[in-house]
Write a protein that binds this ligand. Sequence first.
Ligand code: ATP
Ligand code: MG
Length: 431
Amino acid sequence: MKTIQAIRGMRDILPEQTGWWRRMERQLYAALAQFGYQEIRTPILEPTELFKRSIGEETDIVEKEMYTFEDRDGSKLTLRPEGTAAVVRSYIENSQWQKEPLSRWYYMGPMFRHERPQKGRYRQFYQVGVELLGAEAPAADVELIDVMLQCMGAIGLQGFTLELNSLGCMSCRPSYREKLQIFLKKNQEKLCDNCRRRMDTNPLRVLDCKVNTCRQVGEEAPKILDHLCQDCGTHFQTVREGIEALSIAYHINHRMVRGLDYYTRTTFELLADGLGAQNAVAAGGRYDGLVSALGGSQMPAVGFAAGLDRILLKLLETLQKPETPESIFVVTRGPGAWPAGLAVMQNLRNKGLVVRSDVRQGSIKAQMKRADKDGARFVLVLGEDEVAEGAVTVKDMKAAPDSADKQKKIARDALTSYLLEKLSVANGVGK
Ligand code: ATP
Ligand code: MG
């Protein structure tokens, strides 16, 4: 029979890899908590309209990357392609600004985009996203960039470049857009078909086109930073001062406009060395117009999202595998010893220890082999003799062959404290 395969671009994260994921997630939670950010969990499905209105119709995501389908009543649903739109929907729906003037939120979970799958690019991928809602001041932008870099540091990511730009605001961007359009029209024979079309509808997107000739045109195009209004200019200058005060290295990228329509003012991207074409690991910026565009009040905000799949690819190049705690394996000889073995295991697990057995109940030799394969530190042997004596034979697999600890008979009521002491040293107390 033909077997069923996972959907293209969607992959399993197998138990041998989830240890890496859990460690990364734990480190992120801890770093975010240090800045006072709290987690929000929103549904994976949202009304399609939410993404059309927030991300914008003229974007790669909305034009060709969304998983959209009809619900039973005919309404259109979309698997979330990113997190900010849903966060803002929730922020408005729950009248969050009435509860607190500043909201520091983060989310973590799967996103879905119908892209061509390749290394570091999947159709189901994972992001951590951080949003700071309620502050227009440059200090908010600086905090977000600080959070982003602290998060990367916490999980051990090294070797990256921060790129920075400003997209201006609704008062200065339109006139820049016009100037850019005039320039692009003059150079349109050098642009790809896609950009020739976008030149009219979304000229800023031409700047981040990856086609070589378009890039060259983009390099020579008028720069948005030269056309910011005074407020946007001062704002951006202050953001730079803050980043410099934190000794964060960065460089200005005039061509970074980000794919989403809702960005205003500061935009930033974090590029990791050595990831090839898929080297953007995190990106974000200010989106002062989004809350009101989705029907809320005028509410400034800034955020970023980091791609966890790519970060992990990079981490796997350098980091050591997370350590598993030392464990115990219980071997029972004969059917009479099995119930006693169960009670011993239950007792040890209740004390927080990691305990396994070979539930196939094969020969003692087969069980010992399993214990060895599992890398158990202590093997507890219970035969009819031990059961009669109320004791357990404890083998320390790490002890030297001539050591007294190599094999010891221990009374069952002394067993827990004996193992706890040995294992708390090995695993680090309180871990
Ligand atoms: P790219 O230019 O690589 O397509 P993007 O601008 O579409 O990225 P964003 O929407 O800014 O990406 O998402 C933030 C981060 O999420 C990216 O920097 C990247 O690390 C990650 N990401 C985006 N799309 C994918 C994907 N299909 N597979 C894996 N990670 C992704
Ligand atoms: Mg993309």
